[in-house]
Design a binder for this molecule. Structure first.
Ligand code: SF4
Length: 105
């Protein structure tokens, strides 16, 4: 489990920089840089979308990750204590990235 700070306020699961999804998936199987990763769990927040009031907001989350070139990746799970997902007002998952990716190559 990883402490997640998510700045992607354009995502429907984002509440106060927390992710309400319970677990996320980061993609980037060939990534060598942060911007070659993305949060595949992103879903655009559309106007009028329901808030996450009924969901449990937790900073600690399970992060499944395909970016096997990252030093924090262990068997497709993130083992970093703390990560950041960046992407501000992204409209598409490709506009997000794992800001904590560190290339192990
Ligand atoms: S820090 Fe590395 S292992 Fe963890 S989610 Fe980001 S890219 Fe994946």
């Amino acid at each position: 489990m990883t402490f997640l700070d998510c700045s992607v306020t354009g995502c429907v699961y984002n509440e106060d920089r927390c992710c309400c999804k319970g677990e996320i998936k980061v993609e980037g199987s060939d990534a060598k840089r942060n911007d070659e990763t993305c949060c595949a769990s992103f879903r655009e927040r559309r106007s009028g979308a329901a808030r996450n009031a009924d969901k449990r907001i937790s900073k600690v989350i399970e992060v499944n990750c395909e970016a096997c070139g990252c030093v924090f990746n262990e068997g497709r799970k993130c083992c970093a204590e703390h990560i950041g997902i960046a992407g501000g007002n992204a409209c598409d998952c490709q506009e997000t990235e794992c800001a904590s990716f560190r290339c192990g190559a």
